[in-house]
Write a protein that binds this ligand. Structure first.
Ligand code: DON
Length: 306
């Protein structure tokens, strides 16, 4: 029997296409070249069934959607206490690239903003080489997606030419001794992390692994421990949408994370991983159509957790 879900997803895309608000991120030259009209959606159930519609084959860089997963990897590697000592779990209420450090210690407020994400990246390994850490992250996302992913070298090279603000934040973190690695190495590794190339279906699979308690829905491999999944989802719920986190939790009502290339993932624990891709961003740096599509999906499928 044919499932009506792809037809429903196509209809969601058709209605949300009317939204042409926002602009494509242009502070990374390679992202400025994105086709603003691309639009795709995918759902993965906790048992690995995939439903999708739109530009599902189109590849784009993962950007900040990488942050919760690298945080998860640091938690599984070092344990909660060691990671909490370096990165707090409080919403900053500020944009993703604000300084947002505790005044006395320099500890980043949470792992979803750049300061916290750079720190989580530095906690991945003792070897600070950007290529070693980049490979660690590429391999993590391949396990989460259930297929071999690659790093988009053009995007990585492009971001490296304009990443002055991240270099400044990393230097501040080094001055507070939050980490001891060379700040330029940490930023170069983090930029490789942000440049992992994915499709919307990959993102839904990656989200589906969190929905499935840390076990990849199609391969059955455990990628994260259950306590780590709980911690990651909690931080996504409070901090994943930056200074729009309150709006998002009241309207859509599920843990989520966005990236400047135009992706958003959402997780309904125990049930669904959801991903939407559309490159135009609102003033918070979240995909404008992506937010509208998630609001519609949440309403129609009664996803709101509260
Ligand atoms: O740090 C940066 O500027 C990017 N590579 C990632 C930022 C990002 O995706 C923010 N999310 N909306």
């Amino acid at each position: 029997m044919r499932s009506p879900i792809p037809d429903y997803l196509t209809e969601v895309l058709d209605t949300c296409t009317a939204d042409v608000s926002g602009t494509v991120a242009d502070y990374i030259p390679e992202l400025a070249a994105a086709d603003p009209d691309r639009f795709a959606v995918a759902l993965v159930t906790a048992d690995g069934t995939v439903y999708s519609a739109g530009d599902t084959e189109h590849a784009f860089s993962i950007q900040s959607i990488s942050k919760p997963f690298v945080y998860g990897m640091a938690l599984d590697r070092l344990g909660f206490d060691a990671v909490l000592e370096k990165i707090d779990v409080e919403p900053s209420g500020e944009a993703f690239n604000e300084i947002s450090l505790e005044h006395d210690s320099g500890r980043p407020l949470n792992p979803m903003i750049n300061a916290g994400a750079l720190t989580a990246h530095a906690l991945l390994s003792d070897d600070a080489s950007p290529h070693a850490r980049g490979e660690q992250v590429r391999s993590l996302f391949s396990d989460l997606a259930g297929r071999d992913l690659s790093i988009d070298e053009r995007v990585a090279a492009s971001e490296l030419t304009t990443t002055y603000r991240n270099i400044a934040i990393a230097n501040l973190l080094r001055s507070y001794e939050v980490f001891f690695d060379d700040p330029e190495d940490v930023v170069a590794g983090y930029v490789r992390q942000c440049s992992v190339s994915v499709t919307v279906t990959d993102l839904a699979m990656i989200a589906g692994t969190l929905a499935n308690g840390g076990v990849q829905p199609s391969t059955g491999a455990r990628v994260f421990s259950r306590p780590t999944v709980r911690q990651v989802l909690s931080v996504m719920a409070t901090c994943g949408m930056y200074d729009a986190a309150g709006d998002w939790l009241t309207t859509v009502g599920i843990p989520a994370k966005s990236g400047v290339s135009g992706g958003i993932i959402g997780i309904l624990p125990g049930q669904l991983g959801i991903a939407v891709f559309s490159p135009r961003l609102d003033r918070h740096g979240n995909s404008a159509r992506g937010v509208v599509a998630f609001e519609r999906l949440s309403h129609d499928m009664n996803l709101h957790l509260m």
